[in-house]
Ligand binder design. Sequence first.
Ligand code: AMP
Ligand code: MG
Length: 339
Amino acid sequence: MKTELVKPGAYAYERAGKILREGGLVAFPTETVYGLGGNALDPQAARKIYAAKGRPGDNPLIVHIADPSEAEAIAYTNDTYYKLAKAFMPGPLTVVLPKKDIVPDSVTGGIKTVAVRCPGHPVALELIRAAGVPIAAPSANLSGSPSPTTAEHVMSDLEGRIDMIIDGGQSEIGVESTVISLTGDVCTVLRPGEIIPRELYSIVGDVVVAQAVKVPSAAGDKPESPGMKYKHYAPSKPLVLLSGSREEAVAYVNNETKKTAVLAYSEDADKFENAYVIDIGAADDAHSQMHNLFKALRDVEAADAEIIYANLPPETDDFLAVYNRMIRACGGIVVRLGT
Ligand code: AMP
Ligand code: MG
């Protein structure tokens, strides 16, 4: 199949809307990362999404809508949902709710809940309106790769496997949406993102963070968010996280005899003697690190390196999204430095 690459505009929306209604696949920009969209009410379209990505069939898709009230058609909502919608939608928040029967089981990996998101990107909203149906969309990468933050990333993973890509430039936030579940007694963070637990707490009062967010799940575990059990984002060379002071990390990397790449804080970028350095942002700037992380994990593949190092991010609210992605990308390999 030929993959059409287009810029946003009247042609793109009309053509993409038609492709989606006819069961095809369109990748599109959102404020978090690029999504791979298909008609969320069409089981065949969902199957095509899983096939194009090579995604395991039990990892559910997020359903995108153009207005928070459109959740009524696909899910059983509640007051908390609307409080959160008022505060954060359109925006980078995904809410898991009990699903209505109209949503095919193939969209939700066979589970009886559905993840709902109203994205805060004009191109995504216009596309959903043009399609006239809710859009099921996981990140538009091959399963296991870093999520795409540019149309070029989508092309390199999915060219020839999908009908169209709308190129809306670089995604601003850079990591996927915060996923929360409202299906239990307490609002539970299943995947951290730009919207942090403290902000959710200010709206709903009680918030817990699922264990799988901080600890990569082991084989056989059943995390509340099925996606958390899969290895993700890992570069082709081992990524090792360094826990300790920044000075200790620089000294440790400078002692490495293997060919080395490093995902470095801006302040340290010129302190590495032999490593291939990719700057991921200032040490205290969680937003820059979110924005740069997935691009860095792709760019590091160009380095002639046998091993890749990065600092272990802090486990604070603000850095939770970066921490979660780094821990999953390194497969749990952390070296503790100092005493
Ligand atoms: P992606 O679309 O690649 O950003 O991945 C979607 C994420 O949302 C995965 O981690 C899924 O496990 C999670 N997710 C989607 N639907 C549900 C659901 N119904 N319950 C729990 N987690 C979900
Ligand atoms: Mg993904």
